[in-house]
Design a protein around this ligand. Structure first.
Ligand SMILES: Nc1nc2c(ncn2[C@@H]2O[C@H](COP(=O)(O)OP(=O)(O)OP(=O)(O)O)[C@@H](O)[C@H]2O)c(=O)[nH]1
Length: 879
């Protein structure tokens, strides 16, 4: 039997479920809810009961329904109001339908209301039908309304999606119509509102940058602004209110499109920034400049330095080095090999830069000398002559004659100045004579690198012939490759035999022209002046042959002949200009001195403004007296000359310090012997006064062979600079007891060669000094047996000889030992150890209890059972 559910019944009756459930409960039926089933009888019972109470129900229900409808209508009206502008006629039509249905609902409502009229109570069936119809109508209306609502919702969602999709195209959307703008304004907050882009400090900052000026313009979306103009309007993004949601301009509304416009602007700005920043961010590409032909480098350069020279990135250099197996960074100094590897990698040559040391005036001198030989301005220069010969053969007499006769003959006033050299003129052709006769001076100059002589005049007395110093002079001239002119002097002496002299000289390869040689021989008398002019002519001839030339246009170089300290004039130097022209005022460096040529005087005592090549002059203006053979170099400015001179003086001082041999414990014996010292000077420093006194007393008691210790200074505290200076000046050494030298004292002592000995045991200090002083005595040596060996094995090896396998019974045997080979108690051979081995390895020494293999120099008859004595010479010190 089919059962009916309460909701089915309620539906059939058009009554809500609850009413039916309540009614059923009222009738005493067993129901719980609208799903409870009812028997047919129960259904009928309920229907009957409802029929009886129909009017009351009818009064309640429509009222409830109408209220539902009212709510729906209200919502629909809202939607209608919102979307009426956006909807076309179709929508309007729908809306009209909606209105119509709405009206119908109202009419129905009215009818319901009318239904509740007591006048209608009489016609119940009619009322029921009407009620049913009304309910159906309401359902239809509800469905329609729902559909309509769905459509509106759908449309709204579509708009939303569109807005999302085309956020970048919003400006176009906005530009279409003002209505659209409004529409988007209403919907957009959900799309692009402040909720999406949360304000952050960074954004706020960016927003602040936006210009307030651009806001009204930005609203004018009809035309897209040109980037440049826009950028200008933005004022590079610096504006007070731009982009700030809470700080808008007066006429602005903060809406979706406005916000999205900001977004868009920001995007564009970011894009533009990106565009602008792209070239900046890109690593600056260096133009690939061509590599140099040669890499001129200095040792110690790093990859950065090389990069600059090679026009390459340092990183590239580092990479190349890495590939070549040299691990380095850009700042790390590179050695010569690494740099040359880099150059080879780039297929270019590498050349180490040579640093020109301007203080090295010798090199500068040589350079200028070489340059003058290539110069186009070379002109003939006078020869520089040195007179050499044996003692008393007339050198000085000849020089005096030349000076007096030939100088005074041409220059009024004669010679007033002796400046180490002078010039004589023959047919107005000058010849420079160095006024230091003898080969000693010549050699001294040569030793110091001064080769200023062009021609040597060898004076040989005709009555004496070739003597030892004549030969020496010949040798010196020949070794200097300076041509010799032989002047056979004292021809006025009755016993003069020039032929004999010539024959003698021919043995030394000085062959006169008439004997087929090329040496000029002139027979003269210095005393009478005979043939002296011819000698001068011969000198000029020789000079012509030699084609002596110089460049007077370049900066002067020369050599000091003599130097002295003159009272009132200061340091004075006689010098010979060799190349260039020396002028008054020239900044010069002379050896280790410097200055400016203040006064220049020629060999006749006259002040001159300039000195040309081969001209001897005397100058003043130096800071100190130079030495003979010092080189003279003119500099561009006095400042450079000063700095070079000072630098050279410093170097010379350092050199002299290094050359000074200070007394040390090690060289004490030699020094005392050499200098015949009777006292050993000591500077004593100790930690406390007690130690100072104890050491001083003990040291002063030492006396070895009459030599005593002399404490020149004793004090408490570290060894300081003053101690070192004192020790250096006094040729003393320093003993430090429980003290150390200061850092500067240590370095100064190292530089000055002062010996510092540090002790912490008094007896050790005393013993060392004693031992050193005993070293002053002649050491005596004696043979001492240092080891005894027994031969246990012998091996005969070709090319080596007999090898003795010996055991060291006592002491030791060393490679330097001598061996006494003893057989049957007799020393049968004594000889040096030729080789000493332990197993297969060479040994310096083999001590007691070990086996060794040894050979004796020049002796092979070694037999098993032989004994050996290892003997060494040992110093026996005096007691
Ligand atoms: N008769 C004669 N005597 C001469 C001549 N030349 C030099 N004398 C003499 O020889 C001596 C030595 O002469 P010097 O000129 O002093 O000889 P020197 O080579 O300079 O001697 P030193 O300076 O000692 O090396 C002097 O007494 C001169 O007068 C000469 O041509 N004829």
């Amino acid at each position: 039997m089919a059962k009916t559910r309460i909701y089915e019944l309620a539906k059939e009756l058009g009554i809500d479920n609850k009413t039916v459930v309540n009614k059923a409960k009222d009738l005493g039926l067993d129901v719980k809810n609208h799903m409870s089933s009812l028997e047919d009888s129960q259904v009928n019972q309920l229907k009957d009961s409802f029929r009886s109470s129909a009017p009351a129900q009818k009064q309640e229900k429509p009222a409830k329904r109408s209220s539902k409808i009212k709510i729906s209508v209200t919502s629909i009206r809202k939607n209608e109001k919102k979307h009426e502008e956006n909807k076309g006629n179709k929508n309007n039509k729908r809306t009209n339908n909606f209105h119509r249905s709405n009206n119908r609902s109202r009419q129905a409502q009215d009818r319901n209301k009318q239904g509740t009229n007591p006048n209608q109570k009489a016609s119940k069936p009619v009322a029921q039908d009407l009620l049913k119809q009304l309910k159906q109508k309401q359902r239809v209306d509800e469905k329609k309304l729902n559909r309509q609502s769905e459509r509106v919702q759908k449309s709204y969602n579509e708009d939303q999606t569109k807005a999302k999709k085309s956020s970048g195209e919003d400006s176009q959307v906005v530009s279409k119509s003002e209505n659209k703008v409004i529409k988007i304004e209403t919907t957009a907050p959900k799309v692009t509102g402040p909720k999406i882009i949360k304000p952050s400090p960074a954004r706020m900052k960016n927003k602040q940058k936006a210009s307030p000026v651009n806001k009204p313009k930005a609203l004018d979306t009809n035309s897209a602004p040109e980037p440049a103009k826009e950028e200008k309007r933005r004022g590079n993004g610096h504006g007070r209110n731009s982009g700030k949601p809470g700080r808008k301009g007066k006429n602005q509304t903060f809406g979706a499109n406005n916000y999205s416009r900001h977004q868009e602007k920001r995007k564009r700005k970011n894009k533009k920034k990106q565009f602008e920043q792209v070239p900046k961010k890109q690593p600056t590409q260096r133009k690939e400049r061509p590599l140099p032909e040669t890499l001129v480098y200095e040792v110690g350069m790093n990859a950065q330095d090389l990069g600059k020279l090679l026009h390459r990135e340092p990183a590239e250099i580092v990479k190349k080095l890495f590939m070549l197996g040299v691990m380095t960074n850009q700042n790390q100094s590179l050695d010569k090999d690494a740099i040359e590897l880099v150059a080879a990698e780039y297929n270019i040559n590498a050349k180490e830069k040579v640093h020109e040391d301007i203080s090295d005036i010798d090199t500068l001198y040589d350079k200028r000398m070489a340059a003058s030989k290539k110069s186009k301005h070379q002109t003939k220069r006078p020869p520089v002559v040195t007179i050499m010969g044996h003692v008393d053969h007339g050198k000085t007499t000849l020089l005096d004659r030349l000076r007096h006769t030939h100088v005074s003959a041409h220059e009024a006033g004669g010679i007033t100045q002796k400046i180490g050299a002078y010039q004589v003129r023959v047919d107005n052709k000058p010849i420079t004579f160095l006024d230091t006769p003898g080969h000693a001076a010549f050699s001294n100059m040569r030793e110091r690198g001064a080769e200023i002589t062009d021609i040597v005049v060898l004076v040989v007395a005709a009555d004496d012939g070739v003597m030892p110093q004549t030969v020496e002079a010949i040798d010196h001239a020949k070794s200097a490759k300076v041509p010799i002119i032989v002047a056979i002097n004292k021809m006025d002496v009755p016993g003069a035999n020039p032929e004999h002299v010539t024959e003698q000289l021919m043995k030394y390869n000085l062959i006169p022209e008439n004997y087929g040689g090329d040496t000029i021989f002139v027979n003269i008398s210095a005393k009478t002046g005979e043939n002296v002019d011819e000698l001068l002519q011969m000198i000029l001839l020789q000079a012509d042959v030699m084609e002596l030339q110089a460049d007077p246009t370049q900066k002067a170089i020369g050599t000091v002949i003599e130097a002295r300290l003159s009272r009132g004039r200061g340091p004075v130097a006689d010098l010979l200009v060799q190349q260039g022209t020396l002028k008054v005022g020239d900044p010069i460096v002379v050896g280790n001195r410097f200055g400016r040529v203040r006064v220049m005087t020629n060999d006749r005592g006259r002040q001159v403004e300039k000195a040309t090549p081969s001209m001897p002059v005397e100058i003043t203006g130096l800071n100190d007296v130079p030495e003979s053979a010092d080189k003279i170099v003119v500099f561009d400015d006095e400042k450079t000359a000063r700095s070079v001179g000072e630098q050279r003086a410093q170097q010379a001082l350092q050199q002299s310090r290094e050359n000074v041999k200070h007394v040390t414990l090690d060289n004490l014996f030699d020094t005392m012997k050499k200098e015949n010292m009777k006292e050993v000077d000591v500077v004593l420093k100790a930690d406390v006064q007690g130690s100072v006194e104890a050491l001083q007393q003990s040291l002063e008691k030492i006396e070895v062979e009459g030599v005593r210790v002399n404490i020149i200074h004793a004090g408490v505290g570290a060894v300081n600079e003053s101690d070192v200076t004192l020790a250096g000046a006094s040729n003393a050494f320093i003993i430090g007891f429980n003290v150390r030298p200061t850092a500067t004292a240590k370095s100064q002592a190292e530089a000055d060669g002062v010996d510092i000995r540090l002790y912490s045991i008094i007896y050790k200090a005393i013993d060392d000094v004693k031992a050193a002083m005993k070293g002053m005595l002649e050491p005596t040596y004696e043979d001492k047996v240092v080891g005894n060996l027994t031969v246990r094995e012998t091996w005969k090896v070709s090319k080596v000889g007999t090898i003795a396998g010996a055991f060291v019974d006592s002491g030791y045997v060393s490679k330097d030992s001598e061996i006494n080979l003893i057989r049957d108690g007799v020393v049968i051979y004594t000889g040096k150890v030729a080789s000493l081995k332990r197993f297969k390895d060479d040994a310096k020494i083999v001590k007691q209890g070990f086996d060794c293999g040894l050979t004796i120099e020049g002796y092979n008859d070694i037999k098993i059972g032989d004994e050996m004595e290892a003997v060494e010479k040992q110093e026996v010190k005096p007691e």
